[in-house]
Design a binder for this molecule. Structure first.
Ligand code: SF4
Length: 268
């Protein structure tokens, strides 16, 4: 992997500073991916009061073994979603009443990004209050950090040339931000399955504990789900931290970049 100016700029915006021997290299110099592990971490520590999700930090292994496939059958696409194109599916989701999460939502969050094929499907945790109000996934500072992370990896959810699509694991916000129940996850996986059929991604990036547990089928801490390649619906799945967590815990941005590099290697 080479470090071109754009990648360096994106990494700098993420809060990283490359060590001099890499920063001074020309764009044509091939910097081994392992060198990224020595990137300096941001100085600002997470506030002591910052809530931390169930994240157990784990070092990224040198090798990235493929995790055993989760013994779970994907939810079939029901007749109400089958055959719909992207626009029709978005409309169907907006009025969907397939599970109880429809009762208290203000807006369903379908997602945004690539219109045709998406290289990466980024699956987030359920919508938060702001997402529910806006009807869109990840605005604000967390959304800006996600966009910088994607750009650093050579992807974007923005514009006509978007190569990534970002969507939550369930499209409606669970009341009071609780975790979605299995029946709600089952119901909404049908929407995700149809999105996969339409977007034909090469890789799924699971950002957050709820998304990671659902897509891996493993009830482990997020840190233990990172650093290996899982499988869901025949697609490789890489797990990483959600942007909102990284804003509170910038020291873990280095781990997030390790995860993005694993995703890049997986689809190289
Ligand atoms: S969470 Fe998914 S399945 Fe449930 S009502 Fe919303 S769109 Fe439909």
């Amino acid at each position: 992997m080479t470090w071109d100016e754009r990648q360096r700029a994106m990494l700098a915006e993420m809060g990283f500073r490359l060590p001099p021997r890499i920063a001074e290299a020309t764009a044509d110099d091939a910097a081994p991916v392992a060198d990224v592990a020595v990137m300096e971490r941001p100085a600002a520590p997470a506030p002591a009061s910052a809530p931390v999700p169930a994240v157990a930090r784990a070092p990224t292994p040198v090798a990235a073994p493929v995790a055993a496939a989760a013994p779970r059958v994907a939810a079939p696409v029901p007749a109400s979603f089958a055959g719909l194109d992207g626009a029709a599916l978005r409309e169907a989701v907006a009025t969907c009443r397939a599970c109880g999460l429809c009762e208290q939502r203000r807006h369903a969050v379908y997602g945004s990004g690539a219109v045709q094929q998406a290289q990466w499907l980024v699956v987030m945790d359920p919508p938060d209050e702001a997402d529910d109000a806006a009807g869109d996934a990840l605005g604000g500072d967390a959304g800006r950090l996600l966009d910088r992370m994607l750009l650093a990896a050579g992807h974007s959810r923005l514009g006509d040339a978007a190569t990534a699509f970002v969507t939550p694991i369930v499209k409606c916000r669970p009341p009071r931000g609780r975790a979605p129940q299995p029946a709600e996850l089952d119901a909404c996986e049908a929407v995700l399955t149809r999105q996969v059929e339409l977007l034909r991604p090469r890789l799924v990036l699971a950002m957050g504990l709820q998304a990671a547990r659902r897509l891996t089928g493993l009830a482990e801490p997020l840190g233990r789900l990172r650093g290996r390649v899982h499988r869901w619906q025949g697609l490789p799945v890489v797990v990483t931290y959600p942007p909102a967590y990284l804003l509170r815990s910038p020291a873990d941005k280095a781990g997030a970049w390790d995860d993005l590099r694993l995703a890049l290697r997986t689809t190289a």
